[in-house]
Design a binder for this molecule. Structure first.
Ligand SMILES: [Zn+2]
Length: 369
């Protein structure tokens, strides 16, 4: 392990980025699903910075109980403050807390990295919301409640509408989808917004993220048994439905649906399809016509031919270098190696390492505020 560390340091030489730490994470028995996602999140720099700041502000709260947020902030701070530039850290407290919190992650069975990421982000949001709520109750009398542009006209009415709080988890990962349904009889368009922290995309053989996103936003006709209730016509009508991205997130997380339930088999099957993911992505299925540009900075890779066994590793871009994280081990790789994780054009291939969760950061001015 020590030797691998020094090997990485040697490989980077004087190009080793100032202040950066590259640490492998110890595996506690099938915890690679967790390690691979933690590495991707650590190299999501705006998110990491928020966690370091959170730790710095809360470290003195001795009475505070451990939760996933404090454990994650503690882990990131530990990595960030290591004297050595490379090495291995045991994310013990975090993994213990995770297992305590959710029985899904308690077994030694193979876990799904996407399920874990989703659970973690939602859990962080919950904790931040509760903290904000507690802080608000404390200072209720001292500060007048804020007024929002589209807020309810009469906030004192019964059943006070709770304004959703925008936490830094939202600021990093949240985007908004809009689901537009056009009644084919009266042409009325009904739009319903939906927030997301990641996008799950159906995949096809020999496709690309761009084409998967296009399919995601393609127009669907609702007819026959699947008609739409139009409020204006007051009846079921044929309609056209389309999903578009109304507000692209700052960090776009794309989950490829590689695990598909096959009814005839009565079980999940892994789709090893070749799906190209570009390093620079243009998001074109947005409500505004302007393209949003993104740059790939992390990929969680599923290794293996089936859904119930296998392994997770991650590829991370840090300061223009690509690194390969496999639990305790960290290596440098060429950017060209990223394409070996696209998948295979043949159904049976010896290459079983596939991009599973992609992390893109926005380059656009749209998100700078
Ligand atoms: Zn209608």
């Amino acid at each position: 392990m020590g030797a691998a560390g020094s090997k990485l340091e040697k490989a980077l030489g004087d190009q080793f980025p100032e202040g950066e730490r590259y640490f492998g994470l110890e595996n506690f028995g099938n915890t690679c699903y967790c390690n691979s996602v933690l590495q991707a999140l650590y190299f999501c720099v705006p998110f990491r910075e928020q966690l370091l700041e959170y730790y710095a502000c809360h470290k003195n709260g001795a009475d505070a109980e451990d939760n996933l947020l404090t454990c994650l902030a503690d882990l990131f701070t530990q990595i960030n403050s290591q004297k050595k530039k490379t090495g291995v850290i045991a994310p013990k407290r975090f993994v213990q807390r995770l297992k305590k919190q959710n029985e899904l992650f308690r077994s030694y069975m193979h876990q799904d990295a996407h399920e874990f990421l989703n659970f973690l982000l939602n859990e962080l949001v919950d904790i931040l919301e509760k903290e904000a709520q507690a802080a608000k109750t404390e200072s209720e009398t001292s500060s007048p409640s804020e007024k929002t542009a589209n807020g309810p006209k009469n906030p004192q009415a019964n059943g006070v509408k709770k304004e959703p709080l925008v936490t830094w988890v939202h600021k990093n990962f949240q985007g908004i989808l809009t689901n537009e349904t056009r009644c084919l009889r009266c042409e009325t368009v009904t739009a319903r917004d939906e927030a997301f922290l990641d996008l799950s995309l159906d995949i096809e053989q020999n496709s690309s993220i761009t084409s998967c996103l296009k399919n995601f936003s393609s127009t669907e006709t609702l007819n026959a048994e699947d008609k739409f209730f139009c409020d204006k016509c007051c009846s079921l009508q044929e309609a056209q439905k389309r999903m578009k991205i109304k507000k692209p997130p700052h960090i776009l997380v794309i989950h490829l649906k590689r695990f598909k339930y096959i009814e005839q088999l009565g079980r999940y099957k892994k789709l090893s399809y070749r799906v190209v993911f570009p390093v620079e992505l243009k998001l074109s299925n947005t409500v505004e016509d302007a393209d949003s540009e993104y740059s790939l900075f992390a990929v969680v890779v599923h290794v293996g031919s089936g859904p119930n066994h296998g392994h997770y590793v991650s590829l991370v871009k840090s300061h223009n270098h690509w690194l390969f994280f496999d639990d305790e081990n960290v290596e440098m790789i060429d950017e060209s190696a990223v394409q070996t994780f696209f998948g295979s054009a043949q159904e049976y291939s010896s290459n079983t390492d596939h991009g599973y969760i992609l992390f893109y950061e926005s380059l656009g001015a749209n998100n700078k505020s």
